[in-house]
Design a protein around this ligand. Structure first.
Ligand code: HEM
Length: 145
């Protein structure tokens, strides 16, 4: 099976980068929207429409793109072979990827919280900052190695 895919390694890598862009771009926009959601909730006391948009964004864009990134990344890993696990850049990248998945969970939890009550501005700012720093770290590690 892997032998069949190997000639398409660069295509798999391109698809991996596309899914990364959609995942992290979508996640970044979602967090920007959470800040607006918080303001609308404070002013009007109700923001059900924004909650519905955020749920759709997670379900239709961000979650599938995250899954595609992980599956395509795993495919690249198997194509390269287990010796990749011995390379420092890959170990550090995996640690940051786990942190990014935890951040994804924290963003999804904040979307759920905002359906019921407001959340602190600091929490949303922290999600924004963590997303930016993790994106910069993972992409730099993957490209510069
Ligand atoms: C937030 C998550 C991720 C981001 C932002 C990311 C980013 C990238 C980027 C930008 C590249 C292209 C590097 C280049 O060729 O210059 C790349 C390649 C690669 N990624 Fe990921 N990746 C992520 C998750 C993963 C995961 C979960 C795995 C494995 C389980 C993985 C394995 C790989 C492998 C093996 C390559 C190919 C390296 C090469 O050909 O030299 N990635 N990644």
């Amino acid at each position: 099976m892997l032998d069949l895919i190997f000639p398409y390694y660069l295509w798999v890598k391109a698809a991996h980068v596309v899914s990364v862009v959609v995942w992290l771009g979508g996640q970044c926009l979602l967090v920007v929207q959470l800040a607006s959601h918080r303001q609308v909730l404070a002013q009007q006391g109700n923001a059900d429409l924004l909650s519905a948009v955020e749920q759709r964004c997670l379900r239709l864009v961000v979650n599938p793109a995250m899954l595609a990134t992980l599956l395509l990344g795993a495919t690249l890993f198997f194509l390269r072979g287990p010796e990749l696990l011995g390379e420092g850049w890959f170990q550090v990248k995996l640690v940051f990827v786990v942190a990014m998945m935890a951040l994804h969970g924290a963003i999804a939890a904040t979307v759920a919280s905002l359906r019921r009550e407001t959340v602190s501005a600091i929490r949303i700012r922290a999600l924004q900052l963590a997303g930016l720093m993790l994106t910069a770290a993972i992409v730099s590690i993957a490209v510069i190695k």
